[in-house]
Ligand binder design. Structure first.
Ligand SMILES: [Fe+2]
Ligand SMILES: [Fe+2]
Length: 232
């Protein structure tokens, strides 16, 4: 492994918490890495989000990303759960599917803490969140994205994992770039009702680096599953 890289174990759905130095290394590594070559569905989603919420990186837009981020994991968890009903007599396979259920559950929970922390920061910032754009519209986007993730998974699981890998890669780069756009966050303390649940950090910059790193771990988990997509 090249020096400066943080080794990441993927598979549990629980991304590791990094130290300040590791977080800085992780940010540098993301910023010097090219983005994935996004597929058509991912590109269409990112263009739509730019049109609806602007190209600038603002907390309100990250809240929408986090609302949407949870739903592929929810779709996969449900497909896997139904699969267990059909294959429960093959106990070895059932156990492996259950591991995917547990991973998808942990990934959803991780995205939930991201969402709650951003919601809290937004409330404290006083930034306006017009009801249609920041409450109703994201629910419609999440609804369609859930069904797209589910449908792709049923047709060809690797397609669903690829869409999510694109989504997570985009999120990883957006978070790490957001931190570099806010040098003042290096000295802004992070206090949150959810710190005991998610983690304590030296600064707001480190909080967002950690979230960006979580997104990288999610991406790597989806890339691993693209190579081994079927339950077996
Ligand atoms: Fe997230
Ligand atoms: Fe994620």
């Amino acid at each position: 492994m090249p020096s400066g890289e943080v080794e990441v174990e993927t598979g549990s759905g629980q991304p590791p918490k990094l130290t300040h130095d590791e977080l800085r290394q992780a940010q540098a590594r993301t910023l010097e890495s090219p983005r994935r070559r996004y597929g058509i569905a991912a590109r269409a989603l990112f263009v739509m989000l730019d049109v609806l919420y602007g190209k600038r990186r603002k907390l309100g837009k990250f809240k929408i990303l986090e609302l949407v981020a949870r739903v592929p994991y929810q779709a996969w968890e449900q497909v896997a759960f139904v699969a267990i009903t059909h294959v429960h007599e093959k106990t070895g396979m059932t156990r492996r599917i259950q591991e995917r259920v547990a991973q998808a559950r942990a990934q959803q929970d991780n995205e939930l803490w991201h969402l709650l922390i951003i919601e809290e920061l937004l409330a404290d910032s006083g930034q306006p969140q017009p009801r249609i754009r920041f409450y109703w519209l994201p629910q419609i986007i999440a609804f369609f994205y859930y069904h797209l993730s589910w449908l792709l998974f049923v047709i060809r699981p690797a397609w669903s994992y690829r869409l999510n890998a694109d989504f997570e890669d985009h999120a990883e780069h957006e978070y790490m770039t957001l931190v570099s756009e806010h040098p003042e966050w290096e000295t802004t303390p992070f206090t949150s009702e959810f710190a005991d649940d998610y983690g304590h950090f030296d600064s707001l910059a480190d909080l967002f680096r950690q979230i960006g790193h979580d997104e990288r771990v999610h991406k790597e988990e989806s890339e691993a599953q693209m190579r081994e997509p079927r339950f077996s």
